[in-house]
Design a protein around this ligand. Sequence first.
Ligand code: CA
Length: 501
Amino acid sequence: MNGTMLQGFEWDLPANGRHWRKLAFLARWLAFCGFTAIWLPPAAKGNAGINDVGYGVYDLYDLGEFNQKGTVRTKYGTAAEYAGCVQALKRMGIQPLADIVLNHRMGGDEKESFRARSCDPDNRLRAADAEEDIVCYTRFTFPGRNGRYSGFIWDHGCFTGSDWNELDPDHRLFLFEGKSWAPDVDEEKGNYDYLMGCDVDVRNPSVREELERWGMWFLEKTGVEGFRLDAVKHISAAFYRDWLQALRNRTGMELYAVGEYWNSDLGALTRYLDRTEGRIQLFDVPLHYHLAEASRSNGAFDMRNILAGTLVDTRAQHAVTFVDNHDTQPGQSLESWVDGWFKASAYGLILLRKEGYPCVFWGDLEGIPARGIGSVSELRKLLRLRLYCAYGTERDWFDDPDLIGLTRDGSPEIPGSGLAFLCTNARGGTKRMEMGRRFAGRTFICAIGDQSPVTIGRDGWGEFAVRDGGCSVYVPAAGPLVKAWRLAQDVKRILGKKRMP
Ligand code: CA
């Protein structure tokens, strides 16, 4: 069966505390759609209380259970509702994945005074020679939790740096006394260990021990079965390599993991895969940028290169493909939204191909109401096509600057499987593609794209069509999926405008 991940949130969800309950309620429907894993937003209490999307993490042991940062619950609900959501997903055979944010902490409880050196924000390897006194909120005592689950107190020795010094109106970036930036991080800005808040020193042995203890606690408390790891380019690669191995050894679980390494440079991604010894998959950021560019180049993007320099084309076994996410959506820090007209083509390319583990964005499945953005209307059908038809050998025709296509020749074990897909970022037209001789004389109907049926020739080839700026998907006319669709259409026609009971 083709696995499909859902990113189960977008940035602008209402802060009504109902999201865990909503996902639990939708679990059956999401399984029916074909989702086999759901990446849940970060569960821990953030500095912004109920308005924190989860990345401004304050207390990893507070999943919506203690009165901290002005609230017991988080943006999404309570700790008990999170665990309930995880159980509901598992009952439907969906693997729940937790969003793990270990790079930084925000909203410390007490100030500390200590020595530090200022750094050039654009080249962090350039630090001032002289140390100076700084005052930072680096002591995290979590008074609202009062030692429950862990008595670990964080202080400035647990962090490498901060860009908030009470004595410095300019808020320069400081590297703390006795610390260095981790060497095995992204090389942007000289060294990209520092992202924001108090940067966690994951090379400190007591911090490593505490984060491993937390990991075991979190798995037991919540029942999640894997992870989406936040901001891995800002964290020593050796850390997650060891942290995952330790948890896998101690639990005996597979503990699937995908990391967010936000860099369009393929070399940076493959270097990270090597450093983590293949224990983590990565989101295919280069592919996202190609899809976004294709959607915004007014037809100029050369579709033959859509996969060139992508992770899925080089390290398919470690590539999680996606179209958009909570950071690329309009209004967010990495905004690079794939335009609506191209969304179905982009999803066709990640859902119908053999390579890559596709991740569907909540904002595309359900829309982003706060921004007036609707859902991708073809997406649910594409998910069904992935589930029922996208099997067998793939043949690619990425041979035209505008119009590209592929076929899947189906699996004998899955009746009605097999498909032809084509899309264009400019003019429409037709494309001859090979389905295979076993389809000779068979009719394919157009499930997406409103084109006439195609009969496969005796040589196993067919000529498929697509409209300007669109995509088409053809499937065998006699398959069970097609029969189910026809039945649904008949039911609609018979019922007319009457409401379903
Ligand atoms: Ca860091």
